[in-house]
Design a protein around this ligand. Sequence first.
Ligand SMILES: Cc1cc2nc3c(=O)[nH]c(=O)nc-3n(C[C@H](O)[C@H](O)[C@H](O)COP(=O)(O)O)c2cc1C
Length: 338
Amino acid sequence: MLYRFLYERLMSRVDAEVAHERAMKAISLFGKSPFASFVSHTIGYRGGKQIHGLLERPLPGRVGLAAGQDKKCEAVEGLDALGFAFVEVGTVTPLPQPGNDKPRLWRHNDITAFRNRMGFNNDGADVVASRLDSLRRTPRGARAIIGVNIGKNKWVSAQKAPEDYYICALKLARYADYLVVNVSSPNTPGLRDLQSVESLREIVHHARRGASESTKRRVPILVKIAPDLADDDIVAITRMVREEDIDGVVATNTTINHSFGEGGISGRPVFERAREVVSLVRRELGMDYLIIGVGGIFSADDAREMVRAGADLVQVLSSFIFEGPLLPGRLNRALANS
Ligand SMILES: Cc1cc2nc3c(=O)[nH]c(=O)nc-3n(C[C@H](O)[C@H](O)[C@H](O)COP(=O)(O)O)c2cc1C
């Protein structure tokens, strides 16, 4: 209630990206403070039932944070203490890039959604690798389950794109519990064309090669897809996932199927299609693959519905901003008890 009040009266009056940056700074400072342990044991969630068998290490719960919230990898400890069972950082590209011009993030409170055209603003693979290196040396950072979401720099052509995924995997895989090949953000020109099966196959080969050259572990690689793909294209991708021994799918990214202006919509309007995509992907892949369901999950009922549709794990982003810091612990507890 208090968070809702603050969100509506204060945060909504500040530019959405400025509010986001301040919130991430606060979560980052909180994560390094002595309060983090206390919060982790009260409103956070450390998990009773560990979820086994999908990633190398067991997870303390099913609900994680989606890519895009902690692009710089600066707040994992704080996010972990708030009760996320896993955190996906990124999207990270080989070289740092500023992203698109501002404004590039808008609130649509009436439909409980955000619209963004951030364009992979991030600090680049070297800086993120060094942050991950430091993070993995801390007790909470070593324990945290971290996915690393990778992409290509804006100026890199489709032909050269596989090399970018190779570089990112080479530099980042050693710190990751899993990698996500992101080819579905709508804000990098041409990126979504890489979802065509042959482009994606090449990219996944390169990512796999980068990961196996840098670590002896077999780091799971997942592919993140858009909700706007036709069902036939999704089926073709799942066939390729099986052929190439990819470990799973993250479904879905933001949608461009709207008339609000530039960029992708996240939040409530995405839920229905994301759930459908998860269900289709599960039907095609069977039970041996990891599926992370994401898009418009706000409540424990939404999360359960996504799990019923076939997701092993779920992620949230928009609802974390709308609902506040109690959400991850609340959702993880609710799912553990059901
Ligand atoms: C501001 C913002 C930035 C995002 N950046 C990324 C990104 O860098 N990489 C990515 O794979 N997805 C990104 N996403 C998409 C989210 O990870 C997620 O797939 C999408 O928002 C749907 O989930 P939600 O409805 O819970 O927000 C971003 C979303 C938002 C709102």
